[in-house]
Design a protein around this ligand. Sequence first.
Ligand SMILES: [Zn+2]
Length: 61
Amino acid sequence: MMKMQGRTMLQNTTSRHEIQSSVSIVECYVCGKGLSEGHSISAKTLSNGIVLFCDVHYKMQ
Ligand SMILES: [Zn+2]
């Protein structure tokens, strides 16, 4: 019941919700390592959008 209500209301705030959820997940696009494991994560803008890489894979791109 709450899910259905939230879904309807999300249509107005979808973009804001997506930004918040994507920011909270900070991990490498290639290997999945994240800040919590002591890796530095950098964002890179590719043709298909913004992708996050760890310090190792960022140099390889
Ligand atoms: Zn990586």
